[in-house]
Design a protein around this ligand. Structure first.
Ligand code: NAP
Length: 221
């Protein structure tokens, strides 16, 4: 299958959380990320052809997903959503970078048509976006290096389907707690040792005061 080389990049607390509590914006924690770590994040964005977050992250965090801390081109923003529920005030609908909303054939027509007035909207799959087909679509659109910035629902789906090559973590010096607080990877979980994904540590270093770890995902063996 032809698909982009895919890297999950995430800011994660020491206890594995993505944010302060379910429904809360991760921007509250991200404000403590220092300049150097932000530069690492934005350098990574600048090397990518595409960048994706789940629609819940758009609704909760309202990110721009653009390159700001360093010089570089903005990757194309990709947002999967079955509901097509993207607020019309969302920053990803702005003109500073191209955006492709990926939805399904069953998404509410009215919402899809309204979004089409702002950005490109494509329909891939029926009840859910078929992420394997979406990857092939992105590859054929010239997106060869692709970054995913969460959240945990989307991360799970991509990892479960074997669509992720690397995971890069910017470690945040916090412990947040909370059983329902989103972690790096959500979903049902693999549940057995034979199915868990194994990673190989590729690099670890400091950027400012933040530990960064880079991991290769090993789907076999
Ligand atoms: N620390 C970090 O680096 C970081 C990064 C990102 C997010 N976050 C945090 O993570 C939380 C959000 O995570 P989350 O797990 O709740 O949500 P999420 O993964 O951001 O988004 C889930 C939504 O994405 C859409 N989606 C995902 N897969 C799909 C598929 N196959 N087909 C169709 N639509 C699909 C659906 O949107 P619809 O509901 O519209 O159908 C789904 O509800 C927020 O609190 C945010 O602050 C933290």
């Amino acid at each position: 299958m032809k698909r982009p080389y895919t890297v999950i990049v995430s800011e994660v607390t020491v206890d594995g959380k993505l944010t302060l509590a379910r429904g809360k914006s991760s921007k509250e924690i991200m404000q403590f990320m220092d300049e150097e770590a932000n530069r690492y994040l934005h350098e990574t964005r600048a090397k990518m052809d595409g960048i994706m977050v789940g629609a819940e992250t758009v609704r909760t965090d309202n990110p721009y997903l653009t390159v700001r801390y360093v010089k570089g081109n903005n990757p194309t923003r990709i947002i999967p959503t079955k509901s097509a529920n993207i607020p019309l005030t969302a920053n990803i609908l702005g003109k500073d970078a191209p955006t492709i909303i990926v939805t399904t054939r069953f998404a509410p027509r009215e919402k899809v048509n309204t979004l089409k007035e702002f950005v490109e909207v494509v329909e891939i799959g029926k009840e859910e976006v078929d992420l394997i087909e979406m990857m092939e679509f992105l590859y054929n659109r010239g997106i060869r290096k692709f970054m995913v910035e969460g959240g945990s629902t989307l991360n799970w789906q991509l990892l479960r389907l074997g669509l992720v090559d690397e995971v890069r973590i910017i470690h945040m010096p916090f412990i947040v707690g909370g059983e329902n607080t989103p972690t790096l990877v959500g979903g049902d979980g693999f549940g057995s040792l034979s199915e868990v994904l194994r990673l190989k540590l590729r690099a670890h270093f400091l950027r400012g005061s933040h530990l960064i770890t880079e991991w290769e995902v090993k789907y076999e063996g």
